[in-house]
Design a protein around this ligand. Structure first.
Ligand code: ADP
Length: 491
């Protein structure tokens, strides 16, 4: 008897999901929290607010389902990746705001490393491209610009890591200082061939290797929570970066199984198993969730602005009062007539244009808010389409079926348009919380509640979207998108 608790610390919100020991969801709580944009290209979060939102959702889900913390037999953590937090091990206080994955403050540093010829070596060791998106240059920035970091470093009190590491440190009151392989593989300091922190890269970014947390497989025992935090010493039994967790949660266990998560950004991960597929089309190799101590890989394409574009239309442009309204608005017009290139923080895979300019093209006096909203949803689908095409090129074969999840996958207009433009079938799980589900599966594996074969046989309901658009319309729309992209990349 008992329950498993999964914490999903995402970019825009934190969630706590309660499951019984048959992998059935019992309760769910979610709380949005703030991001700040103090300067152009800067994206920050308050780590204390992040922790408070996590603790709030845990209390809320337990209270609403009348479950006592004493009944929780294991905790799993999945989290936004690459975001960096630095804190003082004595006081537990963060020394600066969290630098969020979307933040581009280290763009120049990455450019100079590229010019100095580091790109190939970094790709070989980490599977990543030299971009401010990843943690290493953010950590280096903290060491260089936050004075307190240096005195703490001298006194062996500096702790620095990704969100999973910070949450575990807080939950255990400093007893656990660890990360998992999937999160480590996004730092640009972790060698994905050897599963070790890479001394040469740590030196390159001026990060003393001894301050980095210990890395472990996703499904393993990390330690227990402190009595002071939860009134029970609960084992933490699974940790995974949100995208790798979603791949696992979608049960993409076989070679070439592919999923897209439509959240703040859109993330396409293809299970490559033991193979390191070296992309020639701007895709990354990253570690996937593994229960054993050996590297397993995924081919990844990350689109920076996904659902965040709809959020922007709601919060800044005030075209919507709820993101869910976007579907009916988009359907209210036949065609958008305009193209939005959502290069708010540059463009990620497969283009990697940090300087691309965000733009709207094709405006006329007849353009309405419905056209703009439709164009925004279409833009998300075009970005994802370009990554699918890159994957097809790298694999040199067609992809016929994609599993989809994440907040914006609720939008059936977007799903149908994606299927039409990409000429693939989309399978949308009824439970679109694949991220939490992946970590639940991992937690159950650690605790021997189920086997991989049993997970494959758990029932699932999914909805299918199939291509319906006439080829000539598809061709015309894609031609327009390519033209808009060229304009955005001109500078
Ligand atoms: P994350 O885990 O990155 O915080 P979620 O998976 O919760 O993201 O998805 C939230 C994102 O999805 C937001 O950016 C929001 O604008 C977008 N979104 C949510 N519902 C819809 C919808 N019905 N149509 C379009 N976008 C949506």
């Amino acid at each position: 008897m008992g329950y498993l608790l999964v914490i999903d610390q995402g970019t825009t919100s934190s969630r706590a999901v309660l499951y019984d020991l048959k992998a059935q969801m019992i309760g769910f709580s979610q709380k949005e929290f703030a991001q700040s944009f103090p300067k152009p290209a800067y994206v920050e979060q308050d780590p204390s607010e992040m922790v408070d939102s996590v603790l709030w959702t845990i209390k809320d889900v337990l209270h609403s389902r009348k479950v006592s913390i004493q009944e929780i037999i294991g905790i799993g953590i999945t989290n936004q990746r690459e975001t960096v937090i630095a804190w003082d091990s004595l006081t537990g206080k963060p020394i600066c705001p969290a630098i969020v994955w979307q933040c581009k403050r280290t763009k120049r540093r990455c450019e100079s490393l590229k010019k100095a010829g580091w790109e190939n070596k970094i790709f070989e060791k980490t599977g990543l491209l030299l971009d401010p998106y990843f943690s290493a240059s953010k950590m280096e920035w903290i060491l260089k610009h936050i004075k307190e970091s240096q005195s703490l470093l001298r006194n062996h009190r500096l702790r620095m890591g990704t969100v999973d590491t910070y949450l575990m440190w807080v939950f255990s009151q400093g007893k656990i200082y660890k990360t998992d392989y999937t999160n480590a593989s996004r730092t640009m300091l972790f060698n994905i061939n050897t599963l070790q922190w890479d001394i040469e890269l740590c030196d390159l970014f001026h990060i003393p290797v001894e301050i980095l947390p210990q890395a472990a497989p996703s499904a393993s025992i990390y330690g227990t929570t402190s009595l002071k935090v939860f009134e029970k010493e609960i084992p933490i039994v699974a940790v995974a970066g949100d995208q790798q967790s979603a791949l696992f949660g979608q049960r993409c266990f076989h070679f070439k199984d592919l999923k897209v998560t439509y959240g703040t950004g859109c993330f396409l991960l293809l299970n490559a198993k033991e193979q390191r597929i070296r992309s020639s089309c701007g895709l990354l190799t990253t570690l996937s969730c593994e229960t054993k101590d050996r590297p397993m890989y995924a081919l990844e394409g990350s689109v920076f602005m996904g659902g965040a574009l709809i959020q922007w239309l709601r919060d800044e442009v005030h075209l919507l009062s709820k993101t869910s309204e976007s579907e009916a608005l988009a359907r209210s017009v036949e065609d958008s007539g305009v193209y939005i290139v959502p290069a708010f923080t540059g463009m990620g895979a497969p283009y990697w244009k940090a300087d691309a300019e965000g733009m709207i093209t094709g405006l006329t006096r007849g353009t309405t808010s419905a056209h703009l909203v439709r164009a925004a949803l279409e833009a998300i689908a075009y970005e994802v389409f370009d990554v699918i095409e890159a994957m097809k090129k790298d694999l040199q074969e067609e992809l016929r079926e994609i599993h989809v999840d994440g907040g914006a996958s609720e939008n059936s207009f977007l799903m149908q348009f994606q299927s039409d433009i990409s000429e693939v079938d989309l399978l949308r799980a009824k439970n679109i919380e694949a991220t939490a589900l992946g970590t639940l599966y991992l937690a159950g594996l650690t605790l021997h509640l189920w086997t991989l074969a049993e997970i494959e046989n758990f029932s699932r309901e999914q909805e299918k979207f199939q291509p319906q658009m006439p080829p000539s319309q598809r061709k015309r729309l894609l031609k327009g998108w390519k033209k808009a992209l060229r304009k955005s990349f001109l500078n």
